[in-house]
Design a protein around this ligand. Structure first.
Ligand code: AGP
Length: 628
């Protein structure tokens, strides 16, 4: 997930672009760069690391042009470095990109055969090469980009400028957001309105597969078929409350849309900046107080964490509600990657069932608030038994955080909506890292498999932005749920806890009775429930359990069940048996849960909103259950 800023107008592009990138730094901060017109060509300045490194380079630079683009990077292909930083330049073409080009390997091969000089490890640079080739043929930037787009597969948004047409820039959006800010004889193209709000409150929102030509203060938008589209201009009259909600109607909706950056913030501290290998940072098993964690020597601390993980024979995860469901996903991750047994308990059960806790057990608590009474009691019980404890929470210095030996943070920022969303996906991301680290500590995981899991995680923010772009389909699906009396959410494997979480979201927001079930359990009772009044929401990614889950779906269909299925890509089989089919980007089995939960969150949100419920503060609930 990266941040993009483009500018065409009378102001100094360097100031406009850098101030915009500052507002977008939350979207990634591995490296940054600008490409701005100067003396008839496009001058590029890039820097590794945080934006401040680029700013210090730019103090010595001046530009006489009024067209430029800028980028702050979240590395997916190619480690964080200056040579992998955007903008990428080929000939007179300069380009910035957010997202993933799925067919980049075949494109790279073809370019190398044509003698292209490829200088980075990124997929983005390849697009610059393709556009540079095409402008020589089309002699027009817009036409060249339109031709190139036909060759690209994946989810990506790009901004391109060409020094031979210095009066324009071309933008394309498919997946990651691009918004066009309209000022007085000036235009801004940005990933998030925040980056242009200081200059304008008028915006045009690009939809997927739309392409915009920005030229001389005007904007023309075309469909992927080249037909010009009239786009509405939205004026954001933001009051303080809306600014706090960043223009969203509810905190919960804002927090759902913050999930890509929440995932980035959760994993960024724990990846080696050079190799992107997992290096859990400042966990503090050796006993440092919470306020000292940031001062730990991260190499020593990492060795201490590995030693702790190596010394355990089993894991016991204890949590409540949505956090408990994150623990259920973690069971599949840790048992698969680290080959050690994992038990997962509801805290209110754990603390009273007299659990048999063997000495080499690591007890992991999950709690967004860090104040849930039952979970706090659980960590105290574990410590009474002399066990090592690890807290995953979102609030530093919370009660549970302070009581734990080891500390990991969801790092997702304040979660205001009572229904947990971004903290949940951040926890799933953290558990992916913990499972890889435990696998390495136990020698159960090859370097290649570990890298595969990290690369899959790094792709999640961009993939999640693609899913969020489908929100209108989830709103339609939510609307179709209204006529039903009962709701059965089902899945298998790592998707089973996601079904449980989806059912909980409907319960706690729409006040409708929904039940989560393991899809393989249908024949053992729930099948009797199914008729035309029962809505079935099946989470069925294209993983190794796909066939089995689809046959469960067909059993439900045969009994009149109405099906909403969530699957991978353009799945005709699921489309054929579902009233509604919601498609997810292709992802790794271990990261599917982070994507599948988003439509379930949004369906519950839209249904609850349409029923007029207080989505941020549902009846009878509290954000933190500090009593038993
Ligand atoms: C989830 O949407 C609910 N708000 C609730 O189930 C919550 O997950 C549970 O109360 C645990 O809270 P915690 O993560 O702060 O411990």
């Amino acid at each position: 997930m990266c941040g993009i800023v483009g500018y065409l107008g009378p102001l100094n592009p360097k100031d406009v672009i850098v101030s915009g990138l500052k507002k977008l730094e939350y979207r990634g901060y591995d490296s940054a760069g600008v490409a701005i017109l100067h003396q008839g060509s496009v001058k590029r300045v890039r820097a590794e690391g945080k934006l401040k490194n680029l700013e210090s380079k730019l103090t010595a630079e001046s530009f006489d042009g009024h067209l430029g683009i800028g980028h702050t990077r979240w590395a997916t292909h190619g480690v964080p470095s200056e040579r992998n930083a955007h903008p990428h330049q080929v000939g007179g073409i300069s380009l910035v990109h957010n997202g993933i080009i799925e067919n980049y390997l075949e494109i790279k091969e073809a370019l190398l055969k044509r003698g292209a000089k490829i200088t980075s490890d990124t997929d983005s640079e390849l697009v610059a090469h393709l556009v540079a080739e095409q402008v020589e043929v089309q002699r027009d930037l817009l036409k060249a980009v339109q031709v190139v787009l036909k060759e690209l597969r994946g989810a990506f948004s790009i901004l391109v400028i060409w020094d031979q047409q210095p009066d324009r820039l071309v933008a394309f959006k498919d997946g990651p957001p691009l918004v066009i800010g309209l000022g007085q004889d000036q235009v801004f193209v940005v990933s998030d309105v925040q980056a242009a709000l200081n200059y304008t409150k008028k915006f045009m929102y690009l939809e997927d597969r739309e392409i915009a030509l920005v030229k001389g203060g005007a904007v023309q938008v075309y469909s992927s078929g080249g037909v010009e589209i009239r786009k509405p201009v939205v004026e954001l009259n933001w009051n303080a409350d809306l600014v706090e909600k960043k223009g969203y109607s509810h905190f919960m909706l804002k927090e759902i849309y913050e999930q890509p950056q929440a995932v980035s913030s959760a994993i960024a501290p724990h990846l080696d900046p050079e190799t992107q290998a997992v290096r859990l940072r400042n966990v503090g098993f050796a006993g440092a107080p919470v306020q000292e964690l940031e001062n730990l020597d991260s190499k020593e601390d990492w060795q201490d964490t590995l030693a702790t993980f190596n010394g355990i024979a089993r894991v016991s995860i204890v949590a409540c509600g949505t956090s408990f469901y994150a623990g259920l996903v973690a069971k599949y991750l840790i048992e698969t990657l680290a080959q050690i047994p994992v038990e997962v308990d509801i805290a209110s059960e754990f603390r009273y069932r007299k659990p048999v806790l063997l000495k080499d057990t690591l007890v992991i608590t999950v709690s967004q608030s860090g104040e849930t009474a039952d979970t706090l009691a659980a960590i105290r019980l574990a410590k009474e038994k002399g066990l090592k404890t690890l807290s995953i929470c979102n609030v530093r210095n919370s009660s549970i955080d302070r009581e734990a030996h080891g500390h990991l943070y969801m790092n997702s920022g304040p979660e205001v909506g009572v229904a947990s969303t971004k903290a949940f996906v951040s926890t799933l991301a953290i558990f992916n890292l913990v499972a890889v680290a435990m696998g390495e500590a136990k020698g159960a995981l090859s370097k290649q498999t570990a890298t595969e899991h990290v690369q899959a995680l790094l792709a999640v923010p961009s993939q999640m932005e693609v899913v969020l772009a489908y929100d209108k389909y989830f709103a339609d699906a939510a609307d179709s749920l209204k006529k039903f009396k009962g709701f059965l959410y089902m899945g298998r494997g790592v998707s089973y806890p996601i079904a449980l979480e989806g059912a909980l979201k409907l319960k706690e927001l729409a006040y409708l009775h929904a039940e989560g079930y393991a899809a393989g359990e249908m024949k053992h009772g729930p099948l009797a429930l199914i008729d035309e009044n029962m809505a079935i929401v099946m989470v069925v990614p294209s993983d190794e359990l796909f066939e089995k889950t689809v046959s469960n779906l067909e059993e439900a269909k045969a009994r009149g069940g109405k099906i909403i299925s969530i699957g991978t890509g353009d799945n005709t089989r699921l489309k054929g048996i579902s009233e509604r089919y919601l498609s997810m980007p292709k992802a790794h089995w271990s990261t599917n849960p982070l994507l599948e939960v988003v439509p379930l969150q949004l369906m519950a949100f839209h249904l609850a909103s349409s029923l007029g419920h207080d989505v941020d503060q549902p009846r009878n609930l509290a954000k933190s259950v500090t009593v038993e």
